[in-house]
Design a protein around this ligand. Structure first.
Ligand SMILES: NC(=O)c1ccc[n+]([C@@H]2O[C@H](COP(=O)([O-])OP(=O)(O)OC[C@H]3O[C@@H](n4cnc5c(N)ncnc54)[C@H](O)[C@@H]3O)[C@@H](O)[C@H]2O)c1
Length: 268
């Protein structure tokens, strides 16, 4: 088998949750580029411009978009029923990272409403669990496959408050504690399912990106980058290779792990 054969996903059905946004289109791009038929779902009403660009580049014959909410099992079951066959790849990317400022005025740690934390945990942790219950169970019954749960640097490391102290708001900006909690739960779910479904041929791994360059302010970027041995924030394109590694036969003997794609942020 050649190296190219190892990443060939032709004939495979891949489900991507959170197919819009910053990273969803990168996962779709990588999977379509390897020949998979991709079923993208998002709570957004339609593909956003980044996803449209990917579909324009590949053609949308092997892509189907569904509006679905990872917290609503009925919508996920509807997507499964519309799949052209049992999925062999599942990328759990739908997620939220709601800072207290999303409430309008911000909040101090002691005043964070339980509902805000609950929403983050509901989407990121329980939503991922529910997608595994619906799509992963079909994979296990259908002969196996690969689940890639998108984690985060902050599953294993605390966000450094100094990265945010230049932001002039009162109360001071807080990265929501529930975000890292939810991603740690995702990593735990990965290990749980790797043990449960190994005998059924379903591999389950976490891919944990570091900070991805977006609309962050220049001071944040400078402070963040100073902590990255590779000297820059990630680009969505940096994540395609790691995703294909975990999704394909290249990682046929890899399960239950967390692959850090963080430019070395966590190594010192
Ligand atoms: N961007 C980063 O720097 C970064 C770093 C580490 C980890 N991550 C993780 O990667 C994943 C993707 O991040 P992103 O930057 O693309 O985020 P994003 O906010 O740009 O996109 C997330 C997508 O998920 C969708 N979504 C949210 N809640 C949903 C729900 N309940 N049901 C269905 N779809 C839902 C949104 O509509 C959106 O299209 C997330 O899990 C995030 O935590 C991102």
């Amino acid at each position: 088998m050649t190296a190219a054969d190892l990443t060939d996903l032709a004939g495979r059905v891949a489900v991507v949750t959170g197919a819009c946004g910053r990273l969803g289109p990168a996962w779709v791009d990588a999977l379509l580029g390897s020949g998979a038929t991709v079923i993208g779902l998002d709570r957004a009403a339609e593909p956003d411009s980044a996803l449209r660009e990917v579909l324009d580049a590949h053609g949308d014959k092997q892509f189907d978009f569904h509006v679905a909410d990872v917290t609503d099992r009925t919508t996920l079951e509807r997507v499964l029923a519309a799949c052209p066959g049992p999925p062999q790849v599942l990328v759990n990317s739908a997620g939220i990272d709601s800072p207290p400022s999303a409430l309008g005025g911000g909040a101090r740690f002691g005043d964070l409403p339980k509902e805000l934390s609950g929403t983050v945990l509901d989407v990121n942790a329980l939503g991922t669990l529910q997608c595994c219950q619906v799509f992963g169970t079909a994979m296990a019954a259908g002969g196996g496959g690969s689940i890639v749960n998108i984690g985060s640097l902050y599953a294993g490391l605390a966000p450094d408050p100094r990265l945010y102290e230049h932001i002039q708001v009162d109360p001071p900006f807080l990265k929501p504690p529930a975000y890292g909690m939810s991603k740690a739960a995702v990593a735990a779910l990965t290990r749980y399912l790797a043990a449960l479904w190994g005998p059924a041929g379903v591999r389950v791994n976490t891919l944990s990106p570091g900070g991805v360059r977006g609309d962050q302010d220049a001071e944040f970027v400078a402070k963040f980058t100073a902590r990255v041995p590779l000297g820059r924030m990630a680009l969505a394109a940096d994540l395609r290779g790691p995703l294909l590694f975990l999704a394909s036969a290249q990682s046929g003997y890899v399960t239950g792990t967390e692959l850090m794609v963080d430019g070395g942020f966590g190594c010192w």
